[in-house]
Design a binder for this molecule. Structure first.
Ligand code: BES
Ligand code: ZN
Ligand code: ZN
Length: 482
Protein backbone atom coordinates (compact mmCIF):
# COMPACT_ATOMS: atom_id res chain seq x y z
CA UNK A 1 0.00 0.00 0.00
CA UNK A 2 1.57 3.28 -1.01
CA UNK A 3 -0.73 5.34 1.24
CA UNK A 4 0.05 5.81 4.93
CA UNK A 5 -3.27 5.21 6.63
CA UNK A 6 -3.96 6.52 10.16
CA UNK A 7 -6.68 7.25 12.71
CA UNK A 8 -6.18 10.64 14.36
CA UNK A 9 -7.62 13.07 16.92
CA UNK A 10 -6.16 16.12 15.23
CA UNK A 11 -7.89 18.41 12.78
CA UNK A 12 -4.78 20.48 12.03
CA UNK A 13 -4.51 19.31 8.46
CA UNK A 14 -6.02 19.78 5.06
CA UNK A 15 -9.48 18.29 5.31
CA UNK A 16 -11.93 16.25 3.32
CA UNK A 17 -15.34 16.81 4.88
CA UNK A 18 -18.22 14.45 4.18
CA UNK A 19 -21.63 16.07 4.29
CA UNK A 20 -25.21 15.09 3.54
CA UNK A 21 -25.90 18.65 2.40
CA UNK A 22 -28.71 18.99 4.97
CA UNK A 23 -27.31 19.56 8.42
CA UNK A 24 -24.92 22.51 8.01
CA UNK A 25 -24.32 23.48 11.69
CA UNK A 26 -20.68 22.55 11.39
CA UNK A 27 -19.78 24.88 8.53
CA UNK A 28 -18.62 27.88 10.59
CA UNK A 29 -15.94 25.70 12.22
CA UNK A 30 -14.12 25.61 8.91
CA UNK A 31 -15.46 28.21 6.48
CA UNK A 32 -15.79 31.98 6.33
CA UNK A 33 -19.27 33.46 5.90
CA UNK A 34 -18.52 34.16 2.23
CA UNK A 35 -17.53 30.53 1.69
CA UNK A 36 -20.62 29.33 3.51
CA UNK A 37 -22.89 31.24 1.13
CA UNK A 38 -21.03 29.79 -1.89
CA UNK A 39 -21.47 26.35 -0.32
CA UNK A 40 -25.20 26.79 0.38
CA UNK A 41 -25.82 28.13 -3.12
CA UNK A 42 -23.88 25.19 -4.59
CA UNK A 43 -25.91 22.63 -2.65
CA UNK A 44 -29.10 24.22 -4.06
CA UNK A 45 -27.65 23.72 -7.54
CA UNK A 46 -26.83 20.07 -6.80
CA UNK A 47 -23.07 20.56 -6.82
CA UNK A 48 -21.46 17.50 -5.16
CA UNK A 49 -17.83 18.49 -4.63
CA UNK A 50 -16.43 21.75 -3.29
CA UNK A 51 -12.88 22.98 -2.97
CA UNK A 52 -12.14 25.85 -0.54
CA UNK A 53 -8.40 26.55 -0.69
CA UNK A 54 -8.53 29.49 1.66
CA UNK A 55 -10.54 27.98 4.48
CA UNK A 56 -8.78 27.65 7.87
CA UNK A 57 -7.27 24.54 6.42
CA UNK A 58 -7.56 23.62 2.77
CA UNK A 59 -11.04 22.07 2.64
CA UNK A 60 -12.50 19.64 0.16
CA UNK A 61 -16.18 19.05 0.81
CA UNK A 62 -18.03 16.04 -0.48
CA UNK A 63 -21.80 15.91 -0.61
CA UNK A 64 -22.47 12.20 -0.38
CA UNK A 65 -24.58 10.77 -3.16
CA UNK A 66 -27.39 8.93 -1.33
CA UNK A 67 -29.64 8.36 -4.32
CA UNK A 68 -28.72 4.73 -5.04
CA UNK A 69 -31.27 1.91 -5.38
CA UNK A 70 -29.93 0.15 -2.29
CA UNK A 71 -27.66 0.52 0.70
CA UNK A 72 -24.97 -1.38 -1.24
CA UNK A 73 -25.21 1.06 -4.13
CA UNK A 74 -24.95 4.04 -1.80
CA UNK A 75 -21.81 2.53 -0.28
CA UNK A 76 -20.35 1.99 -3.75
CA UNK A 77 -21.25 5.54 -4.74
CA UNK A 78 -19.27 6.80 -1.74
CA UNK A 79 -16.20 4.83 -2.91
CA UNK A 80 -16.58 6.22 -6.42
CA UNK A 81 -17.04 9.76 -5.10
CA UNK A 82 -13.79 9.38 -3.18
CA UNK A 83 -11.95 8.31 -6.32
CA UNK A 84 -13.28 11.42 -8.10
CA UNK A 85 -12.25 13.61 -5.18
CA UNK A 86 -8.74 12.13 -5.31
CA UNK A 87 -8.30 13.69 -8.75
CA UNK A 88 -9.06 17.11 -7.26
CA UNK A 89 -6.70 16.51 -4.33
CA UNK A 90 -3.98 15.51 -6.81
CA UNK A 91 -4.50 18.67 -8.87
CA UNK A 92 -3.51 20.70 -5.80
CA UNK A 93 -0.53 18.39 -5.08
CA UNK A 94 -1.70 17.91 -1.51
CA UNK A 95 0.26 15.23 0.34
CA UNK A 96 -1.84 14.56 3.41
CA UNK A 97 -5.54 14.86 4.20
CA UNK A 98 -7.73 14.14 7.21
CA UNK A 99 -11.23 12.84 6.61
CA UNK A 100 -14.09 13.92 8.82
CA UNK A 101 -17.79 13.29 8.46
CA UNK A 102 -20.63 15.65 9.30
CA UNK A 103 -23.21 13.55 7.49
CA UNK A 104 -26.01 11.70 9.28
CA UNK A 105 -25.26 8.44 7.49
CA UNK A 106 -21.68 7.47 8.11
CA UNK A 107 -19.95 6.44 4.87
CA UNK A 108 -16.46 6.92 6.26
CA UNK A 109 -15.41 3.28 5.82
CA UNK A 110 -16.34 3.22 2.16
CA UNK A 111 -15.08 6.72 1.40
CA UNK A 112 -11.66 6.04 2.91
CA UNK A 113 -11.57 2.70 1.13
CA UNK A 114 -12.26 4.37 -2.23
CA UNK A 115 -9.63 7.04 -1.60
CA UNK A 116 -6.84 4.64 -0.59
CA UNK A 117 -7.58 2.12 -3.35
CA UNK A 118 -7.80 4.83 -6.02
CA UNK A 119 -4.46 6.17 -4.79
CA UNK A 120 -2.75 2.80 -5.40
CA UNK A 121 0.26 2.88 -7.71
CA UNK A 122 2.66 0.24 -9.02
CA UNK A 123 5.91 2.08 -9.73
CA UNK A 124 8.55 -0.62 -9.27
CA UNK A 125 9.65 -0.69 -12.90
CA UNK A 126 9.99 3.05 -13.58
CA UNK A 127 13.62 4.15 -13.60
CA UNK A 128 12.54 7.44 -12.02
CA UNK A 129 10.03 6.34 -9.38
CA UNK A 130 9.91 9.72 -7.65
CA UNK A 131 8.93 11.51 -10.81
CA UNK A 132 6.15 9.01 -11.42
CA UNK A 133 5.05 9.11 -7.78
CA UNK A 134 4.67 12.88 -7.90
CA UNK A 135 1.99 12.63 -10.53
CA UNK A 136 -0.21 11.36 -7.74
CA UNK A 137 1.33 12.63 -4.59
CA UNK A 138 -1.23 11.94 -1.86
CA UNK A 139 0.93 10.18 0.71
CA UNK A 140 -1.15 10.07 3.85
CA UNK A 141 -4.84 9.60 4.57
CA UNK A 142 -6.04 10.05 8.15
CA UNK A 143 -9.53 9.50 9.51
CA UNK A 144 -10.76 11.62 12.37
CA UNK A 145 -11.31 9.36 15.39
CA UNK A 146 -14.87 10.62 15.85
CA UNK A 147 -15.92 8.93 12.61
CA UNK A 148 -14.50 5.43 12.88
CA UNK A 149 -13.98 3.03 15.79
CA UNK A 150 -10.52 1.62 16.44
CA UNK A 151 -11.82 -1.84 15.57
CA UNK A 152 -13.32 -0.75 12.24
CA UNK A 153 -10.19 1.19 11.40
CA UNK A 154 -7.97 -1.83 12.06
CA UNK A 155 -10.15 -4.06 9.87
CA UNK A 156 -10.10 -1.52 7.08
CA UNK A 157 -6.35 -0.99 7.38
CA UNK A 158 -5.74 -4.76 7.15
CA UNK A 159 -8.02 -5.33 4.19
CA UNK A 160 -6.65 -2.34 2.25
CA UNK A 161 -3.04 -3.36 2.79
CA UNK A 162 -3.91 -6.90 1.70
CA UNK A 163 -5.83 -5.74 -1.38
CA UNK A 164 -2.92 -3.55 -2.47
CA UNK A 165 -0.51 -6.46 -1.94
CA UNK A 166 -2.74 -8.68 -4.09
CA UNK A 167 -2.68 -5.99 -6.79
CA UNK A 168 1.12 -5.85 -6.60
CA UNK A 169 1.40 -9.62 -7.02
CA UNK A 170 -0.78 -9.54 -10.14
CA UNK A 171 0.91 -6.47 -11.59
CA UNK A 172 4.35 -8.06 -11.32
CA UNK A 173 5.30 -9.48 -14.72
CA UNK A 174 6.19 -13.13 -15.11
CA UNK A 175 9.84 -12.15 -15.63
CA UNK A 176 9.80 -11.66 -11.84
CA UNK A 177 6.71 -13.43 -10.49
CA UNK A 178 7.26 -17.10 -11.38
CA UNK A 179 6.36 -20.04 -9.14
CA UNK A 180 9.53 -19.99 -6.97
CA UNK A 181 9.20 -16.21 -6.54
CA UNK A 182 5.55 -16.58 -5.55
CA UNK A 183 6.67 -19.02 -2.85
CA UNK A 184 9.20 -16.48 -1.60
CA UNK A 185 6.34 -13.98 -1.35
CA UNK A 186 4.29 -16.51 0.61
CA UNK A 187 7.15 -17.14 3.04
CA UNK A 188 7.97 -13.45 3.43
CA UNK A 189 4.31 -12.58 4.12
CA UNK A 190 4.02 -15.45 6.61
CA UNK A 191 7.03 -14.13 8.51
CA UNK A 192 5.91 -10.52 8.38
CA UNK A 193 2.28 -11.05 9.39
CA UNK A 194 2.57 -14.18 11.52
CA UNK A 195 0.90 -17.04 9.67
CA UNK A 196 2.66 -20.34 9.06
CA UNK A 197 3.79 -21.47 5.62
CA UNK A 198 5.11 -24.58 3.95
CA UNK A 199 6.37 -24.80 0.38
CA UNK A 200 6.62 -28.15 -1.39
CA UNK A 201 9.31 -28.23 -4.08
CA UNK A 202 9.23 -30.25 -7.30
CA UNK A 203 10.74 -33.40 -5.71
CA UNK A 204 8.03 -33.55 -3.04
CA UNK A 205 5.34 -32.72 -5.60
CA UNK A 206 6.58 -35.67 -7.65
CA UNK A 207 6.63 -37.91 -4.59
CA UNK A 208 3.00 -37.02 -3.88
CA UNK A 209 2.14 -37.68 -7.55
CA UNK A 210 0.43 -34.35 -8.13
CA UNK A 211 -0.09 -35.26 -11.77
CA UNK A 212 -2.23 -32.26 -12.72
CA UNK A 213 0.28 -29.68 -11.54
CA UNK A 214 3.22 -31.64 -12.97
CA UNK A 215 1.52 -32.05 -16.38
CA UNK A 216 0.96 -28.31 -16.78
CA UNK A 217 4.53 -27.68 -15.68
CA UNK A 218 6.08 -30.02 -18.28
CA UNK A 219 6.45 -27.30 -20.90
CA UNK A 220 8.24 -24.92 -18.55
CA UNK A 221 11.86 -24.66 -17.53
CA UNK A 222 10.81 -23.15 -14.17
CA UNK A 223 9.91 -25.75 -11.50
CA UNK A 224 6.45 -25.78 -9.89
CA UNK A 225 5.77 -25.20 -6.19
CA UNK A 226 2.90 -26.16 -3.93
CA UNK A 227 2.18 -23.55 -1.29
CA UNK A 228 0.43 -24.10 2.03
CA UNK A 229 -0.47 -21.24 4.37
CA UNK A 230 -2.20 -21.55 7.73
CA UNK A 231 -3.63 -19.08 10.20
CA UNK A 232 -4.77 -20.85 13.36
CA UNK A 233 -5.46 -18.44 16.22
CA UNK A 234 -6.25 -19.82 19.71
CA UNK A 235 -9.59 -18.01 19.75
CA UNK A 236 -10.78 -19.44 16.41
CA UNK A 237 -14.55 -19.65 16.15
CA UNK A 238 -14.39 -22.73 13.91
CA UNK A 239 -13.15 -26.19 14.85
CA UNK A 240 -12.78 -27.29 11.21
CA UNK A 241 -10.85 -24.88 8.99
CA UNK A 242 -12.06 -22.77 6.10
CA UNK A 243 -9.78 -23.66 3.19
CA UNK A 244 -9.07 -21.15 0.42
CA UNK A 245 -7.65 -22.36 -2.88
CA UNK A 246 -6.24 -19.98 -5.49
CA UNK A 247 -5.37 -20.65 -9.13
CA UNK A 248 -1.65 -19.97 -9.41
CA UNK A 249 -0.84 -20.11 -13.11
CA UNK A 250 1.96 -17.57 -13.12
CA UNK A 251 1.65 -17.06 -16.87
CA UNK A 252 -0.70 -18.76 -19.30
CA UNK A 253 0.46 -19.02 -22.90
CA UNK A 254 -2.11 -21.77 -23.49
CA UNK A 255 0.68 -24.34 -23.86
CA UNK A 256 0.81 -26.10 -27.22
CA UNK A 257 -2.86 -25.14 -27.69
CA UNK A 258 -1.43 -21.64 -27.88
CA UNK A 259 -3.92 -18.88 -27.04
CA UNK A 260 -5.97 -18.43 -30.20
CA UNK A 261 -7.54 -15.02 -29.57
CA UNK A 262 -5.68 -11.91 -30.70
CA UNK A 263 -3.91 -10.12 -27.82
CA UNK A 264 -5.46 -12.41 -25.23
CA UNK A 265 -2.04 -13.58 -24.06
CA UNK A 266 -0.77 -10.07 -23.39
CA UNK A 267 -2.24 -9.86 -19.91
CA UNK A 268 -1.92 -13.51 -18.85
CA UNK A 269 0.37 -12.57 -15.98
CA UNK A 270 -3.02 -12.12 -14.30
CA UNK A 271 -3.64 -15.88 -14.30
CA UNK A 272 -2.42 -16.07 -10.72
CA UNK A 273 -4.96 -13.51 -9.46
CA UNK A 274 -6.74 -16.23 -7.47
CA UNK A 275 -3.45 -17.08 -5.76
CA UNK A 276 -2.82 -13.39 -5.11
CA UNK A 277 -6.32 -13.09 -3.66
CA UNK A 278 -5.96 -15.95 -1.19
CA UNK A 279 -2.47 -14.85 -0.12
CA UNK A 280 -3.95 -11.36 0.32
CA UNK A 281 -6.71 -12.82 2.48
CA UNK A 282 -4.15 -14.60 4.70
CA UNK A 283 -2.39 -11.25 5.15
CA UNK A 284 -5.67 -9.54 6.06
CA UNK A 285 -6.57 -12.31 8.53
CA UNK A 286 -3.20 -12.35 10.27
CA UNK A 287 -2.80 -8.57 10.37
CA UNK A 288 -6.31 -8.21 11.78
CA UNK A 289 -5.97 -11.25 14.11
CA UNK A 290 -9.18 -12.65 12.68
CA UNK A 291 -10.55 -15.37 15.02
CA UNK A 292 -10.97 -17.87 12.21
CA UNK A 293 -8.90 -20.96 11.42
CA UNK A 294 -7.89 -20.54 7.78
CA UNK A 295 -5.79 -22.55 5.36
CA UNK A 296 -4.78 -21.38 1.87
CA UNK A 297 -3.42 -23.62 -0.90
CA UNK A 298 -1.80 -22.65 -4.20
CA UNK A 299 -0.42 -25.03 -6.83
CA UNK A 300 1.93 -22.74 -8.77
CA UNK A 301 3.42 -23.08 -12.25
CA UNK A 302 3.40 -21.32 -15.58
CA UNK A 303 1.84 -22.91 -18.70
CA UNK A 304 4.15 -23.01 -21.73
CA UNK A 305 4.64 -24.94 -24.96
CA UNK A 306 8.16 -26.11 -24.12
CA UNK A 307 9.68 -29.22 -25.65
CA UNK A 308 8.27 -31.61 -23.04
CA UNK A 309 4.89 -29.91 -22.83
CA UNK A 310 1.76 -32.00 -22.25
CA UNK A 311 -0.29 -32.54 -25.40
CA UNK A 312 -3.90 -32.87 -26.51
CA UNK A 313 -4.79 -36.54 -26.34
CA UNK A 314 -2.55 -37.19 -23.32
CA UNK A 315 -4.11 -38.94 -20.33
CA UNK A 316 -2.99 -37.57 -16.98
CA UNK A 317 -3.44 -39.21 -13.60
CA UNK A 318 -4.14 -36.47 -11.08
CA UNK A 319 -3.14 -36.48 -7.39
CA UNK A 320 -6.59 -37.89 -6.52
CA UNK A 321 -6.13 -40.83 -8.89
CA UNK A 322 -8.85 -39.53 -11.23
CA UNK A 323 -7.61 -39.73 -14.84
CA UNK A 324 -8.10 -36.85 -17.27
CA UNK A 325 -7.97 -36.82 -21.06
CA UNK A 326 -6.42 -33.55 -22.24
CA UNK A 327 -8.17 -31.98 -25.20
CA UNK A 328 -6.91 -28.46 -24.83
CA UNK A 329 -3.75 -27.55 -22.94
CA UNK A 330 -5.16 -24.05 -22.42
CA UNK A 331 -7.66 -25.55 -19.97
CA UNK A 332 -4.75 -25.89 -17.53
CA UNK A 333 -6.15 -24.09 -14.50
CA UNK A 334 -8.52 -26.95 -13.70
CA UNK A 335 -5.60 -29.43 -13.84
CA UNK A 336 -3.63 -27.54 -11.19
CA UNK A 337 -6.73 -26.81 -9.08
CA UNK A 338 -7.69 -30.50 -9.18
CA UNK A 339 -4.59 -31.34 -7.14
CA UNK A 340 -5.03 -28.45 -4.70
CA UNK A 341 -8.71 -29.33 -4.14
CA UNK A 342 -7.78 -32.97 -3.50
CA UNK A 343 -5.07 -31.84 -1.05
CA UNK A 344 -7.73 -29.85 0.84
CA UNK A 345 -9.58 -33.07 1.82
CA UNK A 346 -7.03 -33.92 4.54
CA UNK A 347 -8.17 -30.87 6.56
CA UNK A 348 -11.76 -32.12 6.89
CA UNK A 349 -12.76 -28.52 6.08
CA UNK A 350 -15.94 -26.76 7.15
CA UNK A 351 -15.96 -25.02 3.76
CA UNK A 352 -13.64 -24.71 0.77
CA UNK A 353 -13.67 -21.58 -1.42
CA UNK A 354 -11.62 -21.56 -4.62
CA UNK A 355 -10.79 -18.46 -6.65
CA UNK A 356 -9.60 -18.79 -10.23
CA UNK A 357 -9.23 -16.83 -13.46
CA UNK A 358 -10.61 -19.99 -14.98
CA UNK A 359 -12.57 -19.26 -18.16
CA UNK A 360 -13.04 -16.71 -20.89
CA UNK A 361 -16.75 -17.55 -20.74
CA UNK A 362 -17.07 -16.15 -17.21
CA UNK A 363 -15.29 -12.99 -18.37
CA UNK A 364 -17.56 -12.71 -21.42
CA UNK A 365 -20.73 -13.35 -19.38
CA UNK A 366 -20.14 -10.73 -16.69
CA UNK A 367 -17.23 -8.57 -17.83
CA UNK A 368 -15.43 -6.71 -15.07
CA UNK A 369 -18.65 -6.24 -13.06
CA UNK A 370 -19.05 -9.60 -11.44
CA UNK A 371 -17.81 -13.02 -10.45
CA UNK A 372 -19.46 -16.26 -11.60
CA UNK A 373 -19.80 -18.68 -8.72
CA UNK A 374 -21.21 -22.16 -8.19
CA UNK A 375 -20.99 -25.08 -5.81
CA UNK A 376 -22.70 -27.31 -3.29
CA UNK A 377 -22.37 -25.30 -0.08
CA UNK A 378 -25.71 -24.75 1.66
CA UNK A 379 -27.99 -21.87 0.79
CA UNK A 380 -27.17 -19.95 3.97
CA UNK A 381 -23.52 -19.77 2.90
CA UNK A 382 -24.51 -18.75 -0.62
CA UNK A 383 -26.87 -16.08 0.63
CA UNK A 384 -24.17 -14.68 2.93
CA UNK A 385 -21.65 -14.69 0.09
CA UNK A 386 -24.00 -12.83 -2.24
CA UNK A 387 -24.63 -10.28 0.50
CA UNK A 388 -20.87 -9.79 0.97
CA UNK A 389 -20.63 -9.41 -2.80
CA UNK A 390 -23.02 -6.48 -2.66
CA UNK A 391 -21.33 -5.03 0.44
CA UNK A 392 -17.93 -4.94 -1.20
CA UNK A 393 -19.19 -4.57 -4.77
CA UNK A 394 -17.23 -7.67 -5.68
CA UNK A 395 -20.60 -9.02 -6.72
CA UNK A 396 -21.10 -12.73 -7.22
CA UNK A 397 -23.80 -14.47 -9.22
CA UNK A 398 -24.60 -18.16 -9.06
CA UNK A 399 -24.43 -20.40 -12.14
CA UNK A 400 -26.21 -23.76 -12.15
CA UNK A 401 -24.22 -26.98 -11.87
CA UNK A 402 -26.83 -29.12 -13.60
CA UNK A 403 -26.02 -32.78 -14.31
CA UNK A 404 -26.46 -32.33 -18.07
CA UNK A 405 -23.59 -29.84 -18.25
CA UNK A 406 -21.43 -32.25 -16.28
CA UNK A 407 -22.09 -35.02 -18.77
CA UNK A 408 -20.25 -33.07 -21.45
CA UNK A 409 -16.88 -33.70 -19.76
CA UNK A 410 -17.21 -37.50 -19.94
CA UNK A 411 -14.31 -39.04 -21.86
CA UNK A 412 -14.17 -42.19 -23.99
CA UNK A 413 -10.68 -43.02 -22.79
CA UNK A 414 -10.36 -41.65 -19.23
CA UNK A 415 -12.54 -40.76 -16.22
CA UNK A 416 -13.14 -37.21 -17.50
CA UNK A 417 -11.76 -34.79 -20.09
CA UNK A 418 -10.58 -31.24 -19.57
CA UNK A 419 -12.90 -29.72 -22.18
CA UNK A 420 -16.71 -29.58 -22.14
CA UNK A 421 -19.46 -28.48 -24.50
CA UNK A 422 -18.91 -25.36 -26.62
CA UNK A 423 -21.38 -23.51 -24.35
CA UNK A 424 -21.44 -22.74 -20.61
CA UNK A 425 -17.66 -23.02 -20.33
CA UNK A 426 -17.60 -21.56 -16.83
CA UNK A 427 -20.01 -24.27 -15.67
CA UNK A 428 -18.24 -27.25 -17.24
CA UNK A 429 -14.98 -25.93 -15.74
CA UNK A 430 -16.63 -25.69 -12.32
CA UNK A 431 -18.11 -29.18 -12.66
CA UNK A 432 -14.69 -30.52 -13.60
CA UNK A 433 -13.40 -29.15 -10.28
CA UNK A 434 -16.32 -30.68 -8.40
CA UNK A 435 -14.91 -34.16 -9.13
CA UNK A 436 -12.02 -33.38 -6.80
CA UNK A 437 -14.11 -32.23 -3.82
CA UNK A 438 -15.87 -34.16 -1.05
CA UNK A 439 -16.74 -31.23 1.24
CA UNK A 440 -18.95 -28.11 1.20
CA UNK A 441 -17.45 -26.05 -1.58
CA UNK A 442 -17.89 -22.92 -3.70
CA UNK A 443 -15.94 -22.07 -6.84
CA UNK A 444 -15.46 -18.46 -7.96
CA UNK A 445 -14.48 -17.71 -11.56
CA UNK A 446 -12.84 -14.28 -11.29
CA UNK A 447 -11.60 -14.10 -14.91
CA UNK A 448 -13.62 -10.94 -15.63
CA UNK A 449 -12.86 -8.99 -12.46
CA UNK A 450 -9.24 -9.87 -11.79
CA UNK A 451 -7.65 -7.51 -14.28
CA UNK A 452 -8.84 -4.22 -15.80
CA UNK A 453 -7.76 -2.88 -19.18
CA UNK A 454 -8.60 0.61 -18.04
CA UNK A 455 -9.10 2.22 -14.67
CA UNK A 456 -12.61 2.28 -13.22
CA UNK A 457 -12.93 4.76 -10.32
CA UNK A 458 -11.09 3.21 -7.34
CA UNK A 459 -10.22 0.04 -9.27
CA UNK A 460 -6.91 0.94 -10.85
CA UNK A 461 -5.78 -0.44 -14.19
CA UNK A 462 -4.41 -4.03 -14.23
CA UNK A 463 -4.72 -6.12 -11.05
CA UNK A 464 -7.78 -5.31 -8.94
CA UNK A 465 -7.02 -7.42 -5.86
CA UNK A 466 -10.45 -9.02 -6.23
CA UNK A 467 -11.45 -11.63 -3.64
CA UNK A 468 -9.65 -10.12 -0.64
CA UNK A 469 -12.41 -7.69 0.31
CA UNK A 470 -15.09 -10.24 -0.57
CA UNK A 471 -13.69 -13.07 1.57
CA UNK A 472 -12.83 -10.75 4.44
CA UNK A 473 -16.38 -9.39 4.55
CA UNK A 474 -17.82 -12.90 4.19
CA UNK A 475 -15.79 -14.36 7.08
CA UNK A 476 -16.63 -11.44 9.34
CA UNK A 477 -20.35 -11.81 8.68
CA UNK A 478 -20.40 -15.62 8.62
CA UNK A 479 -18.65 -15.83 11.99
CA UNK A 480 -20.51 -12.75 13.30
CA UNK A 481 -17.25 -10.97 14.12
CA UNK A 482 -18.12 -7.40 13.19
N1 BES B 1 -6.53 -18.30 -18.01
C1 BES B 1 -7.55 -18.63 -18.94
C2 BES B 1 -8.87 -17.93 -18.69
C3 BES B 1 -8.90 -16.43 -18.71
C4 BES B 1 -9.51 -15.74 -19.74
C5 BES B 1 -8.41 -15.68 -17.64
C6 BES B 1 -9.60 -14.36 -19.74
C7 BES B 1 -8.49 -14.29 -17.63
C8 BES B 1 -9.08 -13.64 -18.67
C9 BES B 1 -7.80 -20.14 -18.91
O1 BES B 1 -6.73 -20.94 -18.54
C10 BES B 1 -8.22 -20.56 -20.27
O2 BES B 1 -7.45 -20.42 -21.17
N2 BES B 1 -9.44 -21.04 -20.41
C11 BES B 1 -9.96 -21.48 -21.66
C12 BES B 1 -10.58 -22.84 -21.44
C13 BES B 1 -11.01 -23.51 -22.69
C14 BES B 1 -9.82 -23.92 -23.53
C15 BES B 1 -11.83 -24.74 -22.33
C16 BES B 1 -11.02 -20.49 -22.11
O3 BES B 1 -11.82 -20.07 -21.29
O4 BES B 1 -11.01 -20.15 -23.28
ZN1 ZN C 1 -5.49 -21.42 -20.21
ZN1 ZN D 1 -5.30 -20.05 -17.34
Amino acid sequence: MNTTFKRTNSLKNDLVILSDGKNLDWTDNYLTSGEISVFVEGIKNKVKTFVFPKAINFAFIQILPEDGQSEAENKENARIAAADMLEKIQQYKIKSVTLISHADTNRMNEYAEGLVLANYQFLKYFSDKNKEAKKSCLEKVSIHASCISKKDFNSLDAVLEATCKARDLVNEPHSFMNAPQFSKEVEAAGKKYGFSTKVLQKKEIEKLKMGGLLAVNLGSYVPPTFNIMEWKPKNAKNSKPIVLVGKGVMFDTGGVSLKPTKNSMDFMKCDMAGAAGVLGMMIAAAKNKLPVHLVALVAATDNRPGKDAYLPGDVITTYSGITVEILNTDAEGRMTLADALHYAKQYDPELVLDFATLTGSAAVALGPEGVAYMGNADSKVKYQMEDSGFNTYERVVEFPIWREYGETIKSDIADIKNLGAPYAGMITAGMFLQHFTDYPWLHFDIAGMAYLHKKSAYRTKEGTGVAVRLIFDFLNQYFKIK
